[in-house]
Design a protein around this ligand. Sequence first.
Ligand code: C5P
Length: 221
Amino acid sequence: EGGSFFSGKFVLLTVGATQEPLDPVRFLSNRSSGKMGFALAEAALRRGARVVVVAGATSVPPPPGVEVRRALRTEDMLHAVEELFPAADVFIAAAAVADYRPKSVALQKIKKGNRLVLELEPTPDILMEMGKRRRSDQVLVGFAAETENLEANARDKLVRKNLDFLVLNDVSRADVGFEADENEVVLYDRWGGRFTFPREDKRVLADKLLETIAARLAAVR
Ligand code: C5P
């Protein structure tokens, strides 16, 4: 069931970490290699989808055949996604987006001194925004990197951002997740489903996630 769901579909992904400049040489960012997002892009491509990745900073190269648009600041990533989202059948938000940015960006390098207090303001939530704009035929997949109250936070995020699927990472562990080649996740869906994926290479895991997503869509839609 669901075997050919991705074939001919347009899959849009955000991958990697956004960077919020503080001055010409410094920025605020998050930990993210881009491995999991690129693995999902590759898996979607293998399943016959057309794939576009909007990528922040990544420490691994993108998979061959995947169209990549760079967007380092959250605002730039939002604009790229906004433009492509209406045509997307599936949107997977795997990027580690900076939640805050400096309220003002210094034009010159900030000089070293005793103490520096930064004023930060929230960045736009790209996934939440697409959750508001989405059509019911579009499939939205989000990620949650949590260190506590994992299950409650995941369920809450699924509802709050109006998603179909949410992939939960336990980032309090060092052996899986950030930068690692392997990951261990739980997939939640809006129909009450919960699927656990034992520790696995990210590329194998990506394929299993898409398989499960396709099967669930075939079962519930
Ligand atoms: O709320 P939280 O940051 O935990 O949500 C994580 C999910 O939302 C991820 O899928 C991430 O890519 C997405 N996100 C986003 N824009 C933000 C913050 C998070 O698209 N500003």
